[in-house]
Design a protein around this ligand. Structure first.
Ligand SMILES: *[C@@H]1O[C@H](CO)[C@@H](O)[C@H](O)[C@H]1NC(C)=O
Ligand SMILES: *[C@@H]1O[C@H](CO)[C@@H](O)[C@H](O)[C@H]1NC(C)=O
Ligand SMILES: *[C@@H]1O[C@H](CO)[C@@H](O)[C@H](O)[C@H]1NC(C)=O
Ligand SMILES: *[C@@H]1O[C@H](CO)[C@@H](O)[C@H](O)[C@H]1NC(C)=O
Ligand SMILES: *[C@@H]1O[C@H](CO)[C@@H](O)[C@H](O)[C@H]1NC(C)=O
Ligand SMILES: *[C@@H]1O[C@H](CO)[C@@H](O)[C@H](O)[C@H]1NC(C)=O
Ligand SMILES: *[C@@H]1O[C@H](CO)[C@@H](O)[C@H](O)[C@H]1NC(C)=O
Ligand SMILES: *[C@@H]1O[C@H](CO)[C@@H](O)[C@H](O)[C@H]1NC(C)=O
Ligand SMILES: *[C@@H]1O[C@H](CO)[C@@H](O)[C@H](O)[C@H]1NC(C)=O
Ligand SMILES: *[C@@H]1O[C@H](CO)[C@@H](O)[C@H](O)[C@H]1NC(C)=O
Ligand SMILES: *[C@@H]1O[C@H](CO)[C@@H](O)[C@H](O)[C@H]1NC(C)=O
Ligand SMILES: CC(=O)N[C@H]1CO[C@H](CO)[C@@H](O)[C@@H]1O
Length: 639
């Protein structure tokens, strides 16, 4: 980055401020590590990637022909944890005339008989973070009252994978980087006040938060961290600023933990003991010089160990910890050093959400002092418009890898964009890889598809369409049939949970059952604009509570059989594998919640749903609901 006059002025102004602790050159985070023992701020030099001596066996890329050995061995440990969690789950989620816990015991001699659960949380900025948080809170057995009748607590503990993308990735990151904390703790001021979204990302932390900074020092810290990386010879982009700024809101550590790496998740004891699902973040590759991301863009994933893709274009994985090293054709040449610290946790979350880079350009509309705005806008604009919304991975770990098929094989830099830019706004891609054998995906959709920022199935349609190209990009992934968005709106498939792929023989290959959980108003209007930058505590909490109701159908008050039906969805593929007769209660659930293949492509009227529960918090009577339907929403048609 060439310094502009304004950038120099900002640096000059800011040089009067004490150096940002831990941002570059200082090891203050290592002190935190011993004091807080929460996560692993293990980067060698704060935000700046640095050379380290290579391990005895030098890091290499691997082919995507299977899962990593790390994942395979971790899954073995996870299995026993999910088995006992599932038995607990079926302690309060009951299926009449069927002993689910007994069934699990009976079939568990062959562990592949057991259900394998994935959870996917869509993008959509803070709206997606908050609505998704309500879902995770409801699924988490640690949440107060979540294991009573009609509730879904324990689903999180029973899951093998938790995938996030963009705003959903902020949620996943904030949970894992804070020692798999609970949503309740992230909401609570006494617990360090982590989610302080009333302080916009433009102004920085304030008030009740883990620290108080004035805006000028905050910008100084951002700038000093990114300059450190760029001075060390790495190309930077707006995503570096964006990821750093996000970290202040998501990571409970001084200065947003500049030394926290994504790969450190794999090193924490509780993760190694497989006490939690495996986190996955999704981001898309951008073809060189391409501005619009098409549906055949390469979809990359970040696991705690690796960065790469199963797509046939690149079909390889790099060791996450050594990103930043100059891989050539899959290995690091003898004369090159190893690099660590490139996989900064904020940078990884920022990569998955790079669409929001442009958010930072809104700095002009804020109440910041004019000189800060000018300086910062100049820095951002200097990065160049073509790089507005990308994260630059330079050196490109996939340089001279997959020469024949990879669009980036001959590029020194790999350009990454927001995981939702190919319209697959729910991170299903990692969960439909055949090697992962996922049986059921709980897909929380907070997309803003309609005029009023509600979802209409677009994300599912995109994944379905991509899966149809069996000779091309889909590379063996199968996905249940999904109707067009007009059908979603006309038939109310976006107003309540809907199951897709119930009939496993009606897909082009092994595919999970998808439990679609669309954002919908229960107790508050959770359809915030994607680019709204700040939220009062009460707005945050109302939105989280609404998300809780979305996935529990208001604690099963909207349908008293709902928790049973969730249990049935979990067991469905397992029943098939073990040739078990489907219990009657489950057959009824499938009749009610499975999409039956019908479509309705007549032109829908405006989609403006109203809250299911009245302001007093009690469920609306069916008559009241019918009048809502009359207001233009096909609601409850199947209930
Ligand atoms: C992480 O959380 C677990 C479970 O609550 C706790 O036992 C452990 O001590 C925590 N670890 C750290 C490093 O704080
Ligand atoms: C991942 O697996 C590789 C190869 O078995 C091993 O060297 C490495 O230590 C593992 N990584 C972690 C974080 O366990
Ligand atoms: C949990 O349930 C009890 C008993 O119904 C109730 O008093 C309490 O408020 C509930 N807590 C929450 C967080 O909903
Ligand atoms: C945030 O860190 C503080 C200590 O600095 C700790 O007391 C609190 O529990 C943490 N909050 C969360 C949500 O992890
Ligand atoms: C991606 O799709 C576009 C059309 O949408 C096509 O022009 C292009 O060739 C495709 N690229 C690859 C690598 O398949
Ligand atoms: C990939 O292309 C580079 C540059 O043309 C070449 O040096 C390298 O040998 C190729 N790799 C393979 C595996 O063909
Ligand atoms: C669904 O959403 C897409 C954008 O994601 C929009 O283009 C389309 O018009 C919407 N269709 C309906 C029926 O709402
Ligand atoms: C399927 O993928 C191939 C290779 O990427 C591409 O050439 C073709 O156009 C795609 N077909 C469709 C229908 O998208
Ligand atoms: C499931 O799908 C298969 C293949 O399309 C079809 O033959 C079968 O009748 C379907 N079963 C049910 C119960 O709909
Ligand atoms: C559902 O349960 C949550 C958590 O216990 C509670 O806060 C909420 O008020 C309940 N809602 C209804 C409609 O019962
Ligand atoms: C069954 O598969 C066909 C072909 O893919 C599809 O058109 C139909 O909608 C599917 N039915 C269901 C219920 O998923
Ligand atoms: C199932 C399938 O089609 N797998 C292919 C995925 O892409 C790689 C790389 O092109 C092929 O080697 C696999 O056969």
């Amino acid at each position: 980055m060439k310094p502009t006059v304004a950038a120099i002025a900002l640096t000059g102004f800011l040089s009067g401020v004490t150096a940002a602790p831990g941002a570059h050159g200082e090891k203050i985070e290592n002190i935190d590590k011993f004091v807080l023992e929460r996560a692993l701020p293990n980067a060698p030099d704060g935000y700046t990637p640095s050379t380290v001596s290579c391990p005895a066996s030098r890091p290499t890329l691997r082919s995507a022909s299977g899962l990593s050995s790390n994942e395979t061995s971790w899954l073995k440990s996870r299995r026993s944890k999910t088995q006992s969690a599932l038995k607990e789950f079926f302690g309060h989620v009951t299926i009449s005339n069927f002993d689910a816990a007994g069934y699990l015991d009976k079939v568990s001699s062959n562990t592949s008989n057991l259900p394998n659960i994935g959870i996917a949380v869509s993008g959509g900025g803070y709206r997606a973070l908050m609505n998704g948080a309500g879902a995770i809170k409801a699924f988490d057995s640690r949440t107060e009252n979540s294991t009573s009748e009609g509730q879904l607590g324990g689903l999180l503990q029973s899951a093998t994978y938790l995938a996030g993308l963009s705003g959903g990735g902020w949620l996943v990151g904030s949970i894992y980087l804070n020692n798999f904390t609970t949503i309740s703790a992230l909401q609570t001021p006494e617990k360090g006040g982590v989610w302080q979204f009333q302080n916009s990302i433009f102004e920085g932390p304030d008030g009740d938060s883990i620290q108080i900074l004035d805006s000028a020092s905050y910008y100084k810290h951002l700038h000093s961290a990114v300059s450190g990386k760029s001075d060390a010879g790495y190309q930077t982009s707006i995503t570096d600023y964006w990821g750093r700024a996000l970290s202040y809101q998501l990571i409970n550590a001084t200065d947003g933990g500049p030394s926290y790496t994504w790969s450190s998740i794999a090193l924490t004891d509780s993760f190694k003991e497989a006490e939690m699902p495996m986190p996955l973040l999704v981001s898309d590759g951008r073809y060189p010089d391409e501005l619009v991301i098409s549906s055949n863009a390469t979809v990359y994933e970040f696991t705690p160990w690796e960065f790469g893709t199963f797509d046939p274009t690149v079909y390889g994985f790099a060791p996450l910890e050594y990103l930043g090293s100059k891989f050539v054709g899959g290995s690091i040449p003898k004369n090159e050093s190893c690099v660590r610290g490139f996989d900064n946790a904020g940078f990884v979350m920022g990569t998955s959400s790079s669409l929001f880079n442009q958010f930072l350009l809104q700095v002009d509309d804020t109440s910041l002092p004019g000189f800060l705005k000018t300086a910062f806008t100049d820095i951002l604009e200097n990065i160049g418009e073509d790089k507005d919304d990308i994260a630059v991975y330079e050196p490109n770990p996939f340089y001279q890898w997959a020469n024949e098929t990879s669009p980036a094989a001959h590029q020194k830099e790999l350009d990454m964009v927001d995981g939702g830019e190919d319209l697959q706004n729910i991170p299903l891609h990692p969960l439909i890889q055949p090697e992962r054998n996922v049986d059921v995906i709980f897909a929380v959709d907070s997309s803003a598809d309609t005029d009023f920022s509600w979802p209409n199935g677009t994300a599912l349609v995109a994944t379905y369409e991509r899966s149809l190209n069996s000779t091309g990009i889909s590379n063996g992934t199968a996905f249940p049939a999904i109707p067009d968005q007009t059908t979603f709106v006309n038939n109310g498939l976006n107003t309540r949970p809907t199951f897709f792929g119930c009939n496993s023989t009606n897909t082009t290959g092994p595919a999970p059952l998808v439990v679609y959980l669309p954002n919908y108003p229960y107790v508050s209007y959770s359809n915030w604009s994607t680019f709204q930058p700040s939220y009062e505590i009460s707005e945050r909490d109302d939105t989280i509570l609404n998300g809780y109701h979305v996935v529990t159908m208001a604690n099963s008050t909207r349908d008293s059989n709902w928790s049973t039906c969730v249990g049935c969805a979990i067991l469905s593929r397992s029943f098939e594998r073990t040739n078990t007769q489907v219990p009657d209660a489950c057959t009824q659930c499938f009749e009610k919640y499975c999409w039956d293949g019908s479509t309705n492509t007549s032109s829908p009227s405006a989609y403006e749903p109203v809250t299911v529960l009245d302001s007093a918090g009690s469920a609306m009577s069916p008559a009241m609901v019918t009048s809502v339907v009359a207001a233009g929403v096909a609601l409850f048609t199947l209930l």
